[in-house]
Every structure is written in structure tokens, then in C-alpha cells.
Write a protein that binds this ligand. Sequence first.
Ligand SMILES: CCCCCCCCCCCCCC(=O)SCCNC(=O)CCNC(=O)[C@H](O)C(C)(C)COP(=O)(O)OP(=O)(O)OC[C@H]1O[C@@H](n2cnc3c(N)ncnc32)[C@H](O)[C@@H]1OP(=O)(O)O
Length: 135
Amino acid sequence: MGLRLRVDGDVVRGEVTFDRRQQGAPGIAHGGAVTTVLDDAVASLLVVLETPAVTANIHVDFRAPTLLHHPMTVEARATGRDGRKLHLTARLLDERATVVAEAQALFLAVDLEHFAKGGEALPEAWSGWGANAPG
Ligand SMILES: CCCCCCCCCCCCCC(=O)SCCNC(=O)CCNC(=O)[C@H](O)C(C)(C)COP(=O)(O)OP(=O)(O)OC[C@H]1O[C@@H](n2cnc3c(N)ncnc32)[C@H](O)[C@@H]1OP(=O)(O)O
């Protein structure tokens, strides 16, 4: 789907165009693919927040069909923090700036050790990111 995300101040913005690989109903992106984009966008806020965290839950409202082959934009921002709980939100908009889907996500800050459970080496760049972890 060629999702490209960038940090713009305290907001994450990006572009994505869904194609047949993400099709649900004919000509329309599958809701799971839309959710993946929204989850990825809010997860990218962790760079802004400098906090290792994982998705605890994500609620998505599908407002309009997300059409294949139409360039969409996504934007994500943090709305609040309560201890380990990070409240994050993202919107997917079509070329007319109509919101086609929006998400509210709860991320929970974790120690970097959480990611070691995957059994893979962690990126070197993450080593300095532990300062805001809960432990
Ligand atoms: C600096 C940056 C570093 C960069 C790192 C980049 C990482 C990139 C990674 C990219 C990732 C990309 C994104 C991905 O794909 S992340 C992949 C998908 N997500 C996961 O795999 C997470 C799996 N779940 C867990 O590991 C645990 O359940 C977690 C860690 C989430 C919580 O287990 P933990 O044992 O730690 O916490 P707790 O149970 O003591 O609960 C604590 C508090 O939280 C509240 N609560 C818990 N769950 C929920 C819920 N579902 N809804 C509402 N509330 C919930 C709970 O009531 C309690 O509240 P309170 O009673 O205190 O009020």
C-alpha cells in the first residue's frame, strides 16, 4: 500500500493509496487494512513521545468507503497521557478531505524488554528510547 509517514512537529502525517491487495468489497479497501494504516500512524507518534509502547486497544469508526486507487492522507496526534496510558488518535482522509475513517487508540508504555520477547535484536536507535519506559 506504499504507506509513507513522517513526523511534522507533534503530528504524524502520511500518504497511502490502497490497491487490489487490500481489497475487501469490490473497489473498496478492507477494514483491516485501513486499521493497519491507522495503527501504524499512531504507533509512529512513539517517536515524538520518545516512549516505547504497544497498542492495548484501537477503536475504528469507518465513516465512508475507502476507495482503492485513490490517494489518501493520514494524520495522527496524541490527545493525552495518564501514567503508562497514551491516548492517541488518527484520521484517514480522501482527496476531498472527507474523513473516511478515524481511530482512537490506547497504547501502554512498556520496558524495552517487552520487545525482546520477539527473540530478535532490537534496532540500535531504540537504545536511547528507554528513558520514558515505565520501569
Ligand atoms: C522511545 C520509543 C521506543 C520505540 C519503540 C517503538 C516500538 C514500536 C512498536 C510498534 C508497535 C506498533 C503497534 C503494535 O502493533 S503493538 C502489537 C499489538 N499489541 C500487543 O502485542 C500488545 C499485547 N498486550 C500486552 O503486551 C499487554 O496486554 C499490555 C502491555 C498492553 C498490558 O499489559 P500490562 O501487564 O503491562 O498492563 P496491565 O494489564 O497491568 O494494565 C495496566 C493498565 O492498563 C489497562 N489496560 C491494559 N490493557 C488494556 C486494554 N486492552 N484496554 C483498556 N485498558 C487496558 C489496565 O486496565 C490497567 O489500567 P489501570 O488499572 O492501571 O487503570
